[in-house]
Ligand binder design. Structure first.
Ligand code: XCC
Ligand code: SF4
Length: 672
């Protein structure tokens, strides 16, 4: 079933580079996710969570009041089962990534990984001491070996509690304990989610959703947090660095290698290999000026925030980058990789190289990556790309890119707020308590071709900034803001509310902080925990005036993230369509699950999950929530007119400087 009207490129995306490439794709007669979305209406029964295909008596479609499946399953049971399955898949993806990171740490500690070192010994010691692993007088490798063993054991643990839970605020842990939702082992919860949803098992929707909470906690305060910890230990904890984003980062005179996916183990090694004299020599011999690396999706975020390697774009840019004809190789590992890449690449010279033992795509070149030969394999991959340069045809690289400053890990936020001697979250808490900052919003998640690419992300971001809400971002949402110039401090501060502007100018930060990849949403959990511990904003996360938004979500991982944030006490709003909406006009009884994950979960956890399609409603609900939390804490009402004048003289001086000089004066980062 086709849509009545095909969207124009301007309706499909607000990104000028993407618009240019979509027009080009149309001229070439090549399909993209944008056009395929137009040609493929979503199934309205599946989209609203009214279809069950868990057994061979079905699939059962429940479209009318009182309908049940062949087995008697009700709409509520079916929606709850579908939702938990998605959460389990998302948690599995993040956590399996975390597992592989832990294995890499183990291999590095034992000298069995080629090319890696322990980069952040301070973080290693800090993380290890969370679990009472002795650190004094021990070599980093010894500590890392013990930490790796502990982390690896969390996946297969059968009883007890996942140790990482101990890093949450105490009151939060108490709630989880009372509810019996502390994960026993990461794998166990995912497996149990699958077991419970097999035909003829758990059929009480609320009981199913209770386990959805436990499964998601195994992700957020489990696998994902392991992934972030180990990435920082091995590759360095991010700190602000100047980067660039959008297709304009591809270079005509160089071999373009785009890394796409999620695990930094491979991409970091490709970064290292691309700087190796042997590879530079090899590229020169092929008549090019070297290898130009860039990233897509969360892999982009991983190398952007650590090495300043440019991001070619977010999820919907994966096909567009190949359309430039300038990409010699797209190297992928796991997650968010469209199968369409292979067919698309056949129109150009681009080689799609799969590298994970878990991911193969028919027609792609498979060069399997293992840490014991990491550097060697990375070089082999780059040589394959360089060899392919001679096959390059005509190119079309949009001249569009933006600068950004990513790298705001919670460690860095802590440091930047108080300096080396007084690192703390006190200034942030104080700014919220005084009303200079109204509240905090995390805007995260994917692109979805069913909405206009980047529009919801950036519209909501801008509107909340005007309202003095400090915004933190991860994943493809962060890249959306980057491409549109929102991740540069001084650019656009005039459009930010007066109190927030004052805080950003005082500390020298952008009003939108890029905190990393999707697994790094755990950094947000840590920030919230530290805000609680700092005092003044209540005794638990749900009391903080904060919200989470995933306006353009599409992946199951997003649902897992949303759920662990709710379990942690956050109000989370998803845009787009709701997988639990049912058809209210035909089925009055289809609201139980949607109600339960909102008001039901709020009663228990203080956080709630809601699906709201209209962006203005998302914004007003978010602000309303922030203001309610402020009032509950007894904080002064938000009054923007009170702020924005301190330090104005220095600001006027700074504003008189040319952009590059101003940037240097503010961040101390050279512009190029
Ligand atoms: Fe994938 Fe992480 Fe979504 Fe982007 S944001 S489309 S999950 S890459 Ni996490
Ligand atoms: Fe239908 Fe029940 Fe089988 Fe689902 S589990 S497909 S509702 S018979």
């Amino acid at each position: 079933m086709a849509r009545k009207k095909k969207r124009t490129p301007q309706e499909q995306t607000i990104d000028p580079a993407a618009q240019e490439m979509l027009i080009y794709a149309d001229e070439l007669g090549i399909s993209t996710a944008f056009t395929r979305a137009d040609n493929m209406m979503p199934c309205n029964i599946g989209a609203t969570g009214m279809c069950c295909k868990l057994c061979g008596m079905g699939p059962c479609r429940l479209t009318k009041e009182g309908h049940t499946g062949v087995c008697g399953a009700t709409i509520d049971t079916i929606q709850a089962r579908n939702l938990i399955r998605a959460i389990a898949a998302g948690s599995a993806a993040h956590s399996d990534h975390g597992r592989d990171m832990a294995f890499t740490l183990k291999a590095v500690a034992n000298g069995e990984a080629e090319g890696y070192v322990i980069r952040d010994i301070a973080k290693l010691r800090h993380v290890a001491s969370n679990y009472d692993i002795p650190i004094e007088g021990r070599a980093p490798e010894e500590i890392a070996d013990e930490l790796a063993d502990l982390y690896i054991s969390q996946f297969g643990q059968q009883r007890g509690e996942v140790v990482i839970i101990g890093r949450a605020p105490e009151n939060r842990q108490k709630i989880w304990k009372e509810q019996g939702v502390i994960p026993r082992g990461i794998d166990r919860e995912v497996v149990e989610a699958l077991h419970r949803t097999h035909i003829g098992d758990d059929q009480d929707p609320e009981h199913i959703l209770e386990h959805a909470i436990r499964t998601s906690l195994a992700d957020g305060w489990g696998g994902s947090m392991i992934a972030t910890d180990v990435s920082d230990i091995l590759f360095g904890t991010p700190a602000p660095i100047l980067g660039e984003a959008n297709l304009g980062v591809l270079k005509d005179n160089m071999v373009n290698v785009v890394v796409h996916g999620h695990e930094p183990t491979l991409s970091q090694m490709i970064v290292a290999a691309s700087q190796d004299p042997e590879i530079i020599e090899y590229a020169k011999a092929a008549g090019t000026e070297g290898v130009n690396l860039s990233g897509i999706c969360c892999t982009a975020n991983e190398i952007l925030m650590r090495q300043g390697i440019p991001a070619a774009g977010n999820f919907l840019h994966q096909e567009l980058s190949i359309l430039t004809g300038a990409v010699e190789a797209m190297v992928v590992d796991v997650q968010c990789i469209m199968q369409a890449l292979v067919g698309l690449a056949e129109n150009f010279h681009t080689q799609i190289i799969t590298t994970s033992p878990k991911v193969k795509i028919k027609g792609a070149t498979h060069i399997e990556f293992h840490e014991e030969r990491a550097l060697t394999t990375a070089k082999e991959i780059l040589k394959t790309a360089i060899d392919n340069y001679k096959n390059r045809g005509q190119t079309k690289i949009p001249n569009v890119k933006e600068k950004l400053i990513p790298g705001f890990s919670h460690e860095y936020i802590n440091y930047m707020l108080g300096g080396a001697y007084r690192a703390s979250f006190r200034p942030l808490n104080d700014a919220i308590m005084s009303g200079r900052i109204r509240g905090v919003a995390a805007i995260v998640g994917c692109n979805n071709p069913r909405s206009q690419q980047d529009y919801l992300h950036t519209y909501i971001t801008k509107k909340l900034l005007e309202q003095d809400v400090l915004v933190v971002e991860t994943g493809c949402g962060a890249i959306a803001s980057a491409k549109l110039g929102l991740l540069l401090g001084e650019a656009g501060l005039d459009k930010v509310g007066p109190g927030l502007r004052e805080v950003c100018e005082t500390i020298g930060i952008p009003p939108v902080l890029h905190m990393g990849s999707c697994v790094d949403n755990t950094r947000i959990l840590t920030v919230l925990t530290q805000m609680v511990e700092e005092g003044g904003l209540g005794d638990d996360i749900h009391q903080i005036p904060a919200v989470g938004l995933a306006p353009e979500w599409m992946s199951e991982k997003a649902l897992a993230i949303g759920t662990y944030c709710v379990a942690s006490g956050v109000y989370v709003i998803f845009g787009g369509s709701s997988p639990v909406s049912g058809m209210p006009d035909r089925m009055a009884d289809s609201a139980l699950v949607a109600e339960y994950i909102s008001t039901g979960w709020e009663e228990i956890y203080g956080g709630k999950l809601e699906f709201i399609a209209d962006p203005d409603e998302m914004i007003s609900k978010a602000l309303e929530h922030i203001d309610t939390k402020r009032a509950d804490l007894g904080l002064p009402e938000y009054k923007p007119e009170l702020f924005g004048r301190s330090g104005d003289t220095r600001m006027i001086e700074l504003e008189a400087l040319p952009l590059e000089a101003r940037r240097k004066a503010i961040y101390g980062v050279a512009a190029d």
